[in-house]
Design a protein around this ligand. Structure first.
Ligand code: PPS
Length: 405
């Protein structure tokens, strides 16, 4: 039997378990109590695991409740129709609920209550690398690595997150139009250069016309196999990992399908250990630097873009074999500035719905500067970071722009 979906305010719901009436009721009339606790998840994020943990906390570690009562009765689903509705509506305080509701449909009364949400996001690994189930699946990653067909005139922007990926997408978009910003001002950045390993990117790439530009955060060992027998090109952008750490810390608080970063101290340690999305920055950079002498591989740093954007654009043009007049180069430079991108809703991610990025917690185009780590790291953290950095990077024999700063 095919599952039928209906749309409620732009989101798909399976009609066998959801109804518009119930969603309207929950959003507008359902009364949250101050001592309620809600487990809220995107599907497959560890909901049932969290239900078991909260049940055990609720019964002071006594397993007998978990053994006698099914979990959906111990912790009813708030949003699911059927017998669960009765359970929800007749449930006595203190109440525990589960829900997959996006934030915009969550009971309005929650936001004026003292109730708590336990939001659970669990990353999965693909060949040892961490990914978020909100954007990737084992299948999408397997397709990207093993089935995706790279074309000879493709260009790939490859980065570890927060290295200047979107800046490079904007630059390449503008190169395509010889500096004319119309395309950048009318098409969202993620549709101009989809992430070819993500579930969404794989559905968006169907509409891409050659010459295709794709984006990727994939580490070298799991990149598209077909690339290595093609004439396609890669632009690899790197950034001072201290600034990446800071940028990723702030961004992780905004993205609903990223794990809560915890305190800065906790995130600092997670980053150094590679316990973050896409795992270790050190492995990413060292992996891709194996390509550094390949003629179809060009690398540049965020810091170089900052110091000399015009000179960087000229180098990128040389690599891509693209010829631009002086005035066209100026247009590319001006239209890819931080200020222009921050004001462009097609490039600043403000179009994404609240359940993807919580814009109240920050901005994707946050500061756009180099050296912001100095405003975040303690002296001890900086020394610790440098020790780990030197140890992990010692075999690479490369000097990076940021190492003198
Ligand atoms: S992501 O989520 O991995 O795709 O992010 P990514 O695009 O790699 O990096 C985001 C950071 O790049 C900054 N940014 C820019 N800086 C200067 N100029 C321009 N045009 C520009 N565009 C994006 C953005 O502000 C993020 O850095 P932070 O330090 O958080 O401000």
């Amino acid at each position: 039997m095919d599952t039928e979906y209906f749309q409620h305010k732009g989101i798909n719901f399976a009609s066998v378990i959801y109804s518009k009436e119930r969603l309207e009721y929950l959003e507008n009339e359902f009364q949250v109590l101050d001592d309620d606790v809600y487990i809220v998840t995107f599907p497959k994020s560890g909901t049932n695991w969290m239900m078991e943990i909260l049940s055990l906390i609720h019964s002071n570690g006594d397993i007998s409740w978990c053994h006698k009562v099914p979990n959906y009765i111990r912790i009813p689903w708030l949003d699911v129709c059927g017998p669960g509705v009765k359970l929800v509506d007749e449930y006595q305080s203190p109440r525990l609920f589960s829900s997959h509701l996006p934030i915009q449909f969550f009971p309005k009364s929650f936001f004026s209550s003292k109730a708590k949400i336990q939001m659970s996001v669990k990353y999965f690994t693909y060949k040892g690398v961490n990914f978020s189930p909100g954007s990737y699946s084992q299948e999408s990653l397997n397709i990207a690595e093993n089935e995706f067909q790279v074309q000879d005139n493709d260009v790939y922007i490859v980065t570890y997150p927060k290295s200047g990926t979107n800046w490079m997408i904007e630059i390449l978009s503008l190169l395509r139009t010889y500096g004319n910003p119309t395309w950048c001002n009318s098409v969202p950045i993620w549709l101009r250069s989809p992430w070819f390993e993500s579930v969404e990117g794989q559905s968006q790439m169907i509409d891409i016309t050659p010459p295709r530009v794709f984006t990727s955060h994939l580490p070298f060992p799991i990149f598209a196999k077909s690339f290595f027998t093609s004439k396609a090109k890669i632009i690899y952008v790197m950034r001072n990992p201290k600034d990446i750490l800071v940028s990723l810390f702030h961004f992780s608080k905004m993205v609903c399908h990223y794990k809560d970063p915890g305190s800065f101290e906790e995130f600092f340690e997670d980053f150094l250990q590679g316990n973050v999305l896409y795992s270790s920055w050190f492995d990413h950079v060292k992996g891709w630097m194996q390509m550094k002498t390949n003629k179809n591989f060009f690398y540049i740093t965020y810091e170089e873009l900052h110091q000399d954007l015009r000179g960087s654009v000229v180098k990128i043009c040389d690599f891509l074999g693209k010829e631009l007049h002086e005035a066209q180069t100026d247009l590319v430079v001006n239209n890819s500035s931080f200020k222009t991108m921050k004001e462009n809703k097609m490039s600043n991610y403000s179009l994404l719905p609240q359940d993807r990025i919580d814009q109240t917690k920050g901005s994707f185009m946050r500061k756009g500067i180099t050296g912001d780590w100095k405003n975040h790291f303690t002296v001890a953290q900086n020394e610790y970071f440098d020790t780990v950095y030197q140890e992990k990077m010692k075999d690479l024999n490369m000097k990076f722009f940021w190492e003198d700063s």
